[in-house]
Design a protein around this ligand. Structure first.
Ligand code: SAH
Length: 250
């Protein structure tokens, strides 16, 4: 019986993948890979597996979502097991929910394998605990990519006083910061942006909200990056936490 999995590959560091993810990957005949996925995770796929790269990063050439689902359907219906590998967790801003709906609509069961989402892993990679109780009663995962009707209600989020963790926020960072300040968030609120978290090329910027967008521009930070806004960002370490690949390097 062919199977279909939606697998979270985690934020980048191969050792942050789950056992379940590596085991599912090892059974797949076909692996469809998003471009945020670290190619090193393919070491867990069978050597004879067909690997298809189906990126869909904002602003970059991409394989349309409908085409990805069509490919999954085609393989499953032909009796091949398909692993769909997505960055982080498949159900956090990855359109995994849409893929699951489309597969269900076609009568195909898909198994969900969770991954560690970047919104937790990236802050942790520089020592930020997103719900430290001295600073926040909770954390909000929010997209910075929204436009028009999809724009988050930033003023309402400011009023919650919770940690804001923004995905896909780099291109509109200037606007987002301006909106938060206009909604009454203090200009001295600690902020962090972490690019390529848990990968060897990881970089980050720490600044207060008032100077944050300029500091990020000055440092030349780009996507993929997670933005953390709130008191917990003051707990960031000067030096990034060594990521788990260091285990191999010893
Ligand atoms: N499903 C993914 C998120 C997909 S949306 C997850 O759970 O992590 C893509 C966004 O995720 C990027 O724009 C960026 O904000 C964030 N992201 C993914 N991997 C990242 C990484 N290694 N470092 C920093 N941000 C990352």
């Amino acid at each position: 019986m062919s199977r279909a999995w939606l697998i979270g590959a985690g934020p980048g560091d191969v050792e942050l993948m789950t056992l379940k993810a590596t085991r599912a990957l090892a059974q797949a005949d076909v692996v469809l890979v998003d471009d945020l996925v670290n190619p090193e995770v393919l070491q867990f796929a069978r050597t004879d597996a067909r690997v298809v790269h189906v990126g869909k990063r904002g602003g970059h050439p991409s394989t349309p979502q409908a085409g990805i689902v069509a490919q999954m359907l085609e393989h499953v219906q032909a009796g091949r097991s398909v692993a769909r590998l997505k960055g982080g967790d498949p159900f956090v801003f990855g359109r995994g929910g849409e893929e699951q709906q489309a597969l269900h609509a076609a009568g195909i069961e898909v198994e969900i394998v969770n991954g560690i989402t970047a919104g937790i892993a990236a802050p942790a990679a520089i020592g930020i605990p997103v719900t430290h109780r001295d600073h926040a009663q909770g954390v909000v995962f929010v997209t910075g990519h929204g436009a028009g009707n999809a724009e988050p209600d930033w003023a309402a989020l400011v009023a919650t006083r919770m940690t804001l963790v923004i995905y896909m926020g780099m291109r509109r960072l200037n606007d987002i910061v301006g909106t938060l300040l206009a909604a009454g968030m203090s200009a001295d609120t600690p902020c962090a942006a972490i690019e390529s978290a848990t990968r060897p090329e990881q970089r980050h910027v720490l600044a207060q909200l008032g100077g944050f967008a300029d500091a990020v521009t000055h440092a030349g930070l780009g996507s993929p990056a997670i933005v953390v806004i709130g008191g917990v960002a003051s707990l960031a370490l000067e030096r990034a936490v060594a990521h788990a690949n260091a285990v191999d390097a010893q």
